[in-house]
Design a protein around this ligand. Structure first.
Ligand code: NAG
Ligand code: NAG
Ligand code: NAG
Ligand code: NAG
Length: 261
């Protein structure tokens, strides 16, 4: 009886699954205590704070904001800065040294200006050609640096060197006592190529009483290479209209510039 009982106890004690449970629980205990040791708060010196100064003190931040703004302002492209100004600065692309040329113009007034010496007429002065309107410099104009357009009005066309984004036109008259030959009403038309029919962009008046340079702004910039100007009237001279300097202000159209070159 006793033997089988002992056998039974041994059998019970050493049943394989008890062994398995024992081994597994031991392993678990060891693992948990190892983990606990690993995650326990460390008492040694703290590691240096990670990511450098994610949130700097308020005062430093304010100073930095100021610096960053100035930097951005300094780094902004020049054209962007100038556009913020009260008067944007654009280039005159009609200037002859930039390739602007008069392609056609209405007749020139043939005034019999006689150059005489001691009362004896020597020769007739040749009148200025319309291209004088595109000559520079504009600030040292003589009263005679003008083209005399025959009659109370007329036409002329300008070919720019390349397609240009036009913002405004300008006309500069020299302040002379006789304002009657000064142009009054203008119309402007533009073409993107020589053979296109002109697209009229506006009508303006030059105020001869004010004189000087006056600018005529387009409603919105337009890209064109040819400009057709029609002077509808002058300030009262029945014989001729005097034209000093004409300007086409704009920006280079980088898109067509790329196509050209
Ligand atoms: C035009 O101006 C130039 C200098 O700018 C001067 O030498 C010349 O005499 C002037 N001509 C007339 C007609 O006033
Ligand atoms: C100006 O051009 C218009 C057409 O655009 C024409 O009818 C007119 O006769 C021209 N004037 C002169 C003086 O050439
Ligand atoms: C030209 O300007 C003057 C002075 O500003 C003004 O009195 C006059 O009415 C203007 N003339 C025209 C036609 O706009
Ligand atoms: C004369 O021309 C200048 C620009 O060159 C202009 O500012 C000025 O108002 C004009 N003066 C008169 C009296 O027309």
């Amino acid at each position: 009886m006793s033997l089988p009982k002992r056998q039974t106890i041994t059998k019970v004690l050493f049943r394989p699954y008890y062994v398995i449970v024992l081994v597994v629980s031991t392993a678990l205990f060891c693992g948990v205590s190892w983990l606990a040791e690993k995650t326990a708060p460390q008492t040694g010196p703290l590691p240096p704070p990670s990511p450098p100064a994610a949130q700097p003190p308020i005062s430093t931040e304010l100073v930095l904001v100021g610096d960053v703004l100035r930097e951005q302002l300094r780094r902004r492209p020049r054209h962007e800065v100038s556009r913020k100004g009260p008067e944007p600065f654009f280039t005159d692309f009609a200037a002859d040294y930039l390739g602007g040329i008069i392609t056609n113009a209405s007749p020139t007034y043939q005034d019999k200006t006689i150059v005489s010496f001691a009362g004896i007429p020597i020769f007739y002065e040749t009148p200025n050609s319309p291209s004088i309107m595109l000559h520079r410099s504009v600030h040292k104009l003589n009263e005679t640096d003008h083209w005399k357009m025959d009659g109370r009005g007329g036409n002329f066309s300008i070919a720019l060197h390349e397609p240009t984004i036009i913002h405004s036109f300008g006309y500069r008259h020299v302040n002379v006592t006789d304002v009657h030959p000064a142009p009054a009403h203008f119309t402007f038309a533009v073409r993107s190529n020589r053979h296109e029919s002109p697209h009229r962009v506006g009508r303006w008046v030059y105020n001869a009483t004010v004189g000087g340079l006056q600018r005529f702004y387009l409603e919105k910039p337009i890209t064109a290479q040819f400009v057709d100007v029609r002077v509808l009237s002058n300030h009262g001279d029945p014989d001729y209209t005097s034209m000093f300097r004409f300007f086409v202000f704009g920006e280079r159209d980088s898109r067509s510039f790329m196509e050209l070159y």
